[in-house]
Design a protein around this ligand. Sequence first.
Ligand SMILES: [Zn+2]
Length: 134
Amino acid sequence: MEKERSKFQAILQCKCPRCRKGDVFVNSAISLSFAKTHRNCSVCNLKYERILGFFWSAMYVSYAFAVLHMLILMVTISVLTEERPALWVFFVSILGSFMLFVPLYFRYSRVIVLYLLGGINYSSNPKVWEEEGE
Ligand SMILES: [Zn+2]
């Protein structure tokens, strides 16, 4: 029998917030269509987009990721270089590295919003899921 994931593991693996088994995304993060999200969980049939435009709120989380990314990189560049580098060095390194992280930020911001704001009953009892009518 499969060992149950912790909530943290389920978030890291982008699993359904209710059953923690079904995938939230159709493809892997390194795929060109990394953003394609399942409508429902393949295991417990939970509808991921709770209301129309639910995932728009994920932009706030991805904005926080972007600011944190920028701050960490700016501090790292400043610490590693003795002289103050030209502005284009910051710009190119931040923008270039950020592009690599876009799929991860996109996916984790959606999953975090799903876990925080989904209003989902996390009961491990499948009978409770059926009573919700989902
Ligand atoms: Zn599920």
